[in-house]
Design a protein around this ligand. Structure first.
Ligand code: FAD
Length: 421
C-alpha cells in the first residue's frame, strides 16, 4: 500500500507530540485545529489589561517527566523550563502562618524522613509509611482512602499535591492514578522531583518551537479547521469532513484524533469515554510594588488556592477541582484570592492590583476510578484511526506528561501499522 499522509486532528500538546514524532521519522504530516492557534489547554497569550503575557493556567511539571524532556529536546526548547535551584516545595498554612518545606532526599531511600530530620514539622514516621497503601491501591481506592489518617501530613503535603495533579477532590480521586506520578518522581529521589515551570510561557516552551520544527520538516498546519464529522465505513476512515470542505483520504492515509474527550464523543459513534470533568480557576495579579524575593512556587493549605506561582511581576494562583469557585463572579474570586497571594509572598497590605481570572470549566476529565475505567485505548475499530489526548488510557493523570506520551504512542502505532501494511 502507498504510504500516504498522516492527518493529526487537534494541535494541543498531544497532537503536537504525535506530529513532531511523525515528522521526525520523515512522514508527511498535516495538523489541523479548530482554533486559530495551537496549544489547546496549554498556551500563552498577551493580556491587554495586565499588559503581560500570561498562560491560560499555571502548569507545574516535575524533572522526572521524561516525555516532556524528550519532546522539548526534539523541538529545540530543552532549556525553556525553569524552577527552584533544588527540589524543594515551600508551603504556608494560611490560617496559622506556619511555613515548612518538603525537600525530597537525594536517593531512592528517604533516609531523612526515616530518621526524622527531613519530616514536615509535627508529622510522624507512620504517616509517611501510608505511602505503601498508595503503592498497592485497589481499583476503587481514592487518594483519601490510602493517605489520610491521624496526623497532618495529608493536609500539609498530599492533599495539595494530589488535587493539583489529579484536578479532582481527594475523596473521589483515583489512588491508582496518583501512584505512577509519585513513583516516577518522588520515588526516584531529588533529581526527579524538581518542580519545573515554563520560563517565558507555555506557548514559548511547548507550542511555538514545535510549530517551527514542523514547518522545518515540511509539515502542513491548518488552523481554523474544525473537524465536523468522520466518514467511517469498510473498517476505516474514508474522509474528513471539515466545516467548509471534505477531504477524501487516499489509500495509506492515517488519522490521529487528538481532540478533547468531549469533542471525540461527538465524532466517534459508541466511544463511551470519560464524561465528567472538573474546572481549574487561575487568578493572575500584576504586582504594582517591588517584586518580592519569594520562591517561584509556594504551596498553600487552609485557604482556597493550592499553589501560588511567581513569574517576574505576575503572581498567579491555581485552584484545582474548582467547580464551585468557577461559578462565582470574577471580581469576588479576585478579592478572595488576593489576600492569599499577599500572605504567600509576604507582600505588604495594599489594594487589589490589576488582575485577570481565567476559568477553564472543562480543564481535565474527572480522575475518579469510574471515569478512569472509561478512558479508551488508542487503537480503534477503524484500522487507520488512532486516538491521542490526556483523556485516553495512558495510566497517567491528565497532564502534559500524559498528553505527550499519548501523542508519542499514537505516532508509534501509526508507524507500526504503516510498516505492517
Ligand atoms: C488551567 C489548567 C491548568 C493545568 N495545569 C496543569 C499542570 O499544572 N501540569 C500539567 O502537567 N498539566 C496541567 N493541565 C493539563 C494539561 O494542560 C492538559 O493535560 C493538556 O494540555 C491536554 O492536551 P491535549 O492535547 O490532550 O488536549 P487539548 O489541549 O485540549 O488539545 C486538543 C485540541 O483539539 C482542538 N479541537 C477540539 N475539537 C476539534 C475539532 N472538532 N476539530 C479540530 N480540532 C479540534 C482544540 O482546539 C485543541 O487545540 C492543566 C490544564 C488546565 C486547563
Amino acid at each position: 500500500m502507498a504510504i500516504g499522509r498522516i492527518h493529526v486532528i487537534g494541535a494541543g500538546v498531544a497532537g503536537l507530540a504525535a506530529a513532531v514524532r511523525l515528522a521526525q521519522d520523515g512522514h508527511k504530516v498535516v495538523l489541523y485545529d479548530s482554533a486559530g492557534q495551537a496549544g489547546g489547554r496549554c498556551r500563552s497569550y498577551f493580556d491587554a489589561h495586565l499588559e503581560r503575557r500570561i498562560d491560560n493556567g499555571n502548569h507545574l511539571m516535575l524533572s522526572g517527566n521524561w516525555a516532556i524532556r524528550d519532546y522539548l529536546q526534539t523541538v529545540g526548547a530543552a532549556d525553556s523550563l525553569t524552577g527552584p535551584d533544588d527540589a524543594s516545595f515551600p508551603f504556608r498554612d494560611l490560617r496559622t502562618g506556619d511555613t515548612w518545606t518538603v525537600t525530597p532526599d537525594p536517593g531512592r531511600v528517604p533516609w531523612s524522613v526515616l530518621f526524622g530530620a527531613g519530616r514536615v514539622p509535627g508529622t510522624s514516621l507512620s504517616e509517611y509509611l501510608r505511602i505503601r497503601h498508595l503503592a498497592c491501591a485497589g481499583p476503587e481506592d481514592t487518594v483519601q482512602d490510602c493517605l489520610a489518617g491521624p496526623g497532618t501530613l495529608f493536609e500539609k503535603f498530599w492533599e495539595p499535591l494530589a488535587v493539583g495533579v489529579l484536578n479532582t477532590p481527594v475523596d473521589t480521586a483515583s489512588a491508582r492514578l496518583l501512584w505512577p506520578v509519585v513513583k516516577e518522581t518522588f520515588g526516584r529521589g531529588r533529581a526527579a522531583c524538581k518542580p519545573l515551570m515554563a520560563r517565558a510561557g507555555l506557548s514559548e516552551s511547548f507550542v511555538d518551537p514545535a510549530l517551527d520544527y514542523l514547518a522545518a520538516k515540511g509539515a502542513e498546519v491548518c488552523f481554523n479547521n474544525r473537524l465536523r464529522a468522520l466518514d467511517l465505513g469498510d473498517g476505516q476512515v474514508r474522509a474528513l469532513d471539515f466545516a467548509g470542505a471534505t477531504k477524501v483520504l487516499d489509500p495509506g492515509d492515517q488519522v490521529v484524533l487528538a481532540v478533547p474527550a468531549w469533542a471525540a464523543a461527538d465524532l466517534l459513534p459508541g466511544l463511551n469515554g470519560p464524561q465528567a470533568s472538573h474546572a481549574i480557576v487561575n487568578a493572575h495579579f500584576r504586582l504594582t510594588g517591588p517584586v518580592p524575593a519569594a520562591p517561584p512556587l509556594v504551596g498553600l493549605v487552609g485557604g482556597t488556592a493550592q499553589w501560588v506561582f511567581l513569574r517576574d511581576d505576575v503572581a498567579s494562583v491555581t485552584v484545582s477541582a474548582a467547580d464551585a469557585l468557577a461559578a462565582e463572579a470574577n471580581e469576588a474570586i479576585a478579592m478572595r484570592l488576593w489576600p492569599e497571594v499577599q500572605a504567600a509572598l509576604g507582600l505588604a497590605d495594599g489594594p487589589l492590583p490589576p488582575w485577570r481570572i481565567v476559568k477553564e470549566k472543562r480543564a481535565t476529565i474527572s480522575q475518579t476510578p469510574a471515569e478512569d475505567r472509561r478512558r479508551p485505548a488508542p487503537r480503534t475499530a477503524w484500522h487507520n484511526l488512532v486516538l491521542a489526548g490526556d483523556w485516553t488510557a495512558t495510566g497517567l493523570p491528565a497532564t502534559i506528561e500524559g498528553s505527550i506520551r499519548s501523542g508519542f504512542r499514537a505516532a508509534d502505532m501509526v508507524v507500526t501499522s504503516l510498516s505492517s501494511s
